[in-house]
Design a protein around this ligand. Sequence first.
Ligand code: ADP
Ligand code: MG
Length: 566
Amino acid sequence: MGKIRRLPESLIRRIAAGEVVERPASVVKELIENALDAGAKKIVVTLEGGGKSLIRVADDGCGMSNEDAVLALERHTTSKIATEEDLYRIATMGFRGEALASIGAVSSLKLSTSDGSGTGVVVTMDNGAVVCTEPASVPRGTTVEVRGLFRHVPARLKYLKTDAIEQAHALRIVKMYAVAFPEVSFTVLKGAETLFFSAGRGWDLSLFRALYDGAVAHRLKFFEVETAVGKARGWITPPDYPSGRTSAIYAFVNGRPVKSQAITGWVREAGRFALPEGKVPFLVLFLKVPPEDVDVNVHPGKWEVRFRDADAVRALVINSVREGMMTEGKGLQQATPPRPAFTPRPAEPTLDLGTKTDSGPPQTSRPLSLSGPPRLAAPPFRVVGQVFDTFIAAEQGEEFLLLDQHIVSERVLFDGLKKGAEVPGESLLLPVSLELPAGAVEVLEELRPRLKRVGFDWVADGPQKIRLTAVPFYMRVETATASIREIVEDRLAQSGAALPQEEDYLNRLACKLAVKANTPLTVPEMERMVRLWQKTENPYTCPHGRPIFIRMSRSEMNRAVLRPSR
Ligand code: ADP
Ligand code: MG
């Protein structure tokens, strides 16, 4: 007796379904792709129980004829390709003809559709078999309703998470497509509640507001960078506005949404120099590379991508993220929404067929500059006062900030000590005499060029004495003399021991010379400091990774006191 058995058809279907349908979000994805393929301009998704009890996707696309509606539910039925050649020029999101059959195999599915040529049809399917087909009056378009996903597949059901988590996954999918297809309107409903809405008017402020929230959307800036390997463009927040979650990153490769560990890792890497540990920018990133240089068939869900020249793409991502974060870009208010960058004509799975994707008209883009770090755009700050003798209170546009005066001045001093960026000194009308330990005058002489750049000046007055003639503008004379002593003692204590790395030493010096907490400052002093700080190389990095300021927007304040926003 042989041991090999032929599997029953229902089991085969379920196994196949397992590859396409992992959770409610994957159903949402497949149905949205079908709606987009049908040319829909408006897609409405309804979720109940995070999609576990109900997923309904309604579109206003081309719909199907009555015969097609029944055929569509069978496996390997598709209108999208007919011959093998078609495989080589796929321009649709789907083409395998498996999604509907697979979803139907693990749920109760109802398909209502009409191509507008007559009355429509409603086909119901339960557990893989069509149970009913009846004519019905349906407007042009298609609605697919999926109930009780995995109800008959306990092994799968068990792996689903809470409603809230499944809903979040499904919502994320919709958001990704809403960004990839900005000309299509997307709505997500849960009972009477609208979880998401995009108007389909292109990449405008309202779309990004729906994607993140108003405060983030207002800070997003457009960027565009091109290198030999491809092009990166999108929107990003400046370094002072990071997120702790990688879900802040929306990435697209050749118009197709991707969930790529690699890309997330590169964004992290790019942010490391400017953002606190573990933070990433809010980022919408469109990568365009020649289709033959990317394989989207790595993951059955088609999420992960593999680049032929991953190093070059990594460099492109890192450079564009840095450039985008650090340079002044157009915000969303001023920008007329650019046309969709890359005609979303996904090069689908397939073998590496070298599908030609329409690249559209040439885009103008700034060449990648590698000469020195980009300067930060400096929107005007208005210093309004000091809080607890420790924080500089300032207003900037629609936001209120409390800057840590110690870190701000530390940044300024670090730059000044390192290279030229000068911190003005104030000459003392009455020079102050300082008695110092042996060797101190030499140590100071060695540091003279650096200390001069941050505002100190002195004349030697014998082997163990100096006369201090100028001090940094923000320092009282007593603090200045104490700092000088401290620096000298620190250096003398080190002699003999290996000298620390230059950068480390400068950081240490900067820390010693910086304004301490609990130090009163005048408004002009703080203004001067803030202006210098804005010009520093990395204003938003504290060497110890601490955040530099607390920020609150006008709308957050209004919300806090329940004042209706304008
Ligand atoms: P695929 O998308 O890979 O072709 P599917 O199983 O997802 O396979 O869909 C099968 C076929 O059903 C599609 O090729 C298309 O002709 C039709 N179809 C599915 N969904 C829709 C829709 N929302 N509007 C119009 N036609 C659809
Ligand atoms: Mg499909």
